[in-house]
Design a protein around this ligand. Sequence first.
Ligand code: HEC
Ligand code: HEC
Length: 403
Amino acid sequence: MFSFCRGRPPCLPFPNAQISLVCFTALLLCLPPPLTAQPDLSALDFAAGKALFERTWVPAPASTRSADGLGPHYAARSCAACHANAGRGQAPAAFSLHLNDPVYGQRLLSLSTAAVPAEVRIEWLPEDSSAGQPLSPAWRFKLNGLTQGEPSSPISLRVAPSLRGLQWLQVVPRLTLDALADPDDRDGDGISGRLALLPSGYVGRFGWKAAVPSLQLQLQTALALDLGLSNSAFPEPWGDCTAAQSECRAQALVSADAAAPLEVDATATGLLLSYLSQLPPPAPLPRTEEGEALLRELGCAACHVPALASSLGEVKAYSDLLLHDLGPGLDDGLREGAAQPSEWRTAPLWALPPEGPFLHDGRARTLDEAVAWHGGEAQRSRHLYQELDAERKALLSAFLLGL
Ligand code: HEC
Ligand code: HEC
């Protein structure tokens, strides 16, 4: 067999990917001889992981299977409910409320098992179209029925990002990121990205504030905090319930099976990781040359770095994976991981959904609005963008949205 056939087949198992001639030929060349056919383990793991990702979990009392145990509080019943087709979630169903509160924990959760009330009911308010307001966030909400009074922490609305190509972000060497960081702005360009260095000593790469260092920990965090499912990183069965939520903790199912104490065991976690780490990066953006030239000219490329070197080849995510201060307009009041309230990880631009919504809380309806919210370190770049004529703006958006 050809050497490139080893490992993951180049096109499968991604039925939606465009099968190019090259890819199709490669597949034919890689087909094993019929009689000695071996199952492709990575493809099997991918399929099993995908099934877990799409699985609708049920609250513990409804089943005796050790794999269940949703809740007591949760944000959705499946990963796919927020990350449909592993892409950016549809607002408002795919929103999650982050906070850091001694009572409510790290998520404000609007669903729960029958045994306990949900922490909150979220009421989405109509768009604020008040005249004279050039920028108003697309999504605003009101909290009703808070079970334990007002949280003392600021609340940060987050939209579920696309999950494509995350393994490629994982393997960018720390040295590469170090070389891009310029925390004291020594080169005087007004841009001072810094590593999201976590107390654990690892560099944060995932989440809008790069608070999580690895894909595995990110998915285990999602299991525990978004779904209330215990796993090896979060062994307690009560998910995001704090000690101040004793009723919730009392209702959490403690497994009666000492040999299977976790709601999601190491095998299932491994399958989910296998699925996520095999999700390929999005196809390269068309009109790359013109588009990248414009990104450089406007200074966008100082943060949205077109390509990073890695062991898997060039990672064309248009991000430096560093934290940048984007000014008061995007300040959510919340410290998370290594990030200050106005700091965000440069959002990768390789998987923007043409219809939006854009930015961490989906506040921007269009690309134009997304750039208009850029302040702080990105202020100069925003001004340059806003001076472009309509034709070049259209070119940039055609490039970024892959149109
Ligand atoms: C309630 C909606 C919701 C559910 C359910 C959910 N997620 Fe997410 N997911 C999000 C949001 C919002 C973020 C961004 C979080 C942040 O800013 O830190 C995210 C981020 C991620 C990331 C990091 C993406 C990146 O670009 O850094 C991964 C990986 C992920 N989720 C996997 C999962 C898995 C696996 C599950 C199921 C176990 C899951 N998610 C369930 C909303 C959700
Ligand atoms: C100083 C660094 C920096 C510069 C310069 C910069 N950006 Fe960003 N960009 C960011 C960060 C950080 C975010 C995430 C902000 C958030 O979600 O609140 C972001 C988000 C975005 C998004 C939304 C992505 C998403 O997933 O919704 C778009 C689109 C974008 N930038 C385009 C641009 C363009 C075009 C330029 C140049 C005109 C530019 N940016 C310049 C750092 C920068």
